[in-house]
Design a protein around this ligand. Structure first.
Ligand code: GDP
Length: 369
């Protein structure tokens, strides 16, 4: 039986990692969560009752809790997905970002060094470490040039993992993961914000208001509000990435790798693809802050997307594009999902989720008359 301590299990990657690991009956998972007043276990619904899964309490800002968990569980693997992970918010709370994302990694490493030095450690890095890039695609030789407190915190974590690995002969690796999304993605990230928005609009126009929308008054809904449409990201499916992380943890010698799709798409392209999946045909109109994405299909010329400058960032990363060759060749990693299949999966999921929400809302509405 392998004992695996996973942090960040309420988030996308932690939950996907647990789902993946629980397919092997020889894995016993300890999912670490922070104590908060209103925890949201929605990403864990599929495995919360699994006999090989157990929730335990701890916090990356509390070294005593980490030391206690490592001492008591004696894990074979420690996979750290807990983080303050939203780039835009990292300007608002830079010290907290460093406390969790950098000092938190030191606390994990110290707990392992002191109480279970044979435990293999994974640290979640980010393409934001490359930031203001010198060349594309980026590989592991690309210099670290972060553009946000978040990116800087992950660079420091990257360095400290290497320092502990070399100083104490620990099996500690730091994976540089390019953007990865899916149906468990937080709604503040641009992909999920778009697919949730598309789903809402689809259900308003194509279903709920179909009759009125086509022949009478236009349907009422809020357009999706976005910031910079021109940045490009290398998006993959988080479910593919957790498999890559597990391969990194099971190499003979600890070595850092980069996971990416090797394709970059702009936010604009993501918007177009997401609406296309929902059977909308649109076009861009206007420029700068007045730019809009307009529905070209029906009589109403709905505005589907508009710009809200509040979503511009103090400093932007214009393009991230990774070269995953090494991970594919040396680890035998095989990503299964394409950009198109990822967008399709997210939009279809969100349409269904939004429908269920509307059904549940209707069922609780008081009957009048
Ligand atoms: P990141 O790459 O980790 O920062 O992932 P995000 O999904 O948060 O952002 C990806 C890109 O989308 C960045 O270049 C953002 O500036 C851009 N973007 C444009 N509009 C929005 C928005 O409304 N929300 C977010 N999160 N990002 C946006």
């Amino acid at each position: 039986m392998k004992k695996i301590l996973v942090t960040g299990v309420l988030g996308q990657d932690g939950a996907n990692m647990c789902e993946f690991l629980l397919k092997d009956p020889n894995n016993r998972i300890f999912g670490m969560v922070r104590r908060v007043s209103n925890p949201n276990y929605i990403n864990c619904e599929g495995f919360l009752d699994h006999p090989n899964f157990q929730i335990c309490y701890g916090d990356l800002t509390d070294e005593l809790s980490l030391a206690k968990l490592v001492r008591e569980i004696q894990p074979d693997y420690f996979i750290n997905f807990a983080a303050n992970s939203y780039v835009a918010c990292s300007w608002d709370m830079p010290l907290h970002v460093f406390d969790v994302n950098t000092s938190g990694v030191i606390r994990c490493l110290e707990a392992i060094k002191n109480f279970q030095p044979n435990c293999r450690f994974y640290s979640a890095g980010s393409s934001e470490e490359f930031g203001n890039v010198n060349y594309s695609p980026q590989d592991m030789n690309h210099p670290m040039k972060p553009r946000s407190p978040y990116g800087a915190s992950k660079c420091a974590a990257h360095h400290i993992v290497k320092v502990y690995r070399e100083s104490y002969d620990m099996f500690a690796v730091h994976g540089v993961l390019f953007n990865h999304e899916g149906t468990k993605r937080g709604e503040e990230f641009v992909t999920r914000k778009i697919t949730k928005g598309v789903a809402k609009i689809y259900n308003r126009i194509k279903c709920v208001d179909n009759w009125r929308g086509r022949h009478g008054e236009p349907a009422k809904f809020d357009a999706i509000e976005l910031g910079n449409l021109d940045s490009k990201r290398d998006w993959s499916d988080s479910e593919d990435f957790v498999e890559g992380v597990w391969l990194m943890l099971n190499q003979d010698e600890p070595k850092d790798y980069l996971l990416a799709s090797g394709e970059a798409h702009s936010i604009r392209e993501f918007v177009e693809k997401a609406f296309e999946v929902a059977d909308f045909h649109g076009h861009w109109d206007g420029e700068g802050e007045s730019e809009k994405y307009i529905d070209s299909g029906g009589p109403h010329k709905y505005t589907l997307v508009k710009i809200n400058p509040d979503f511009y960032r103090p400093a932007e990363v214009d393009i991230l594009l990774g070269d995953p060759k090494k991970a594919i060749e040396e680890l035998g990693w095989k990503p299964k999902n394409s950009f198109d299949s990822l967008v399709r999966k997210m939009v279809q999921w969100d349409i269904e989720l939004d429908r269920e929400k509307n059904r549940a809302k209707k069922a609780t509405e008081p009957r009048m008359g």
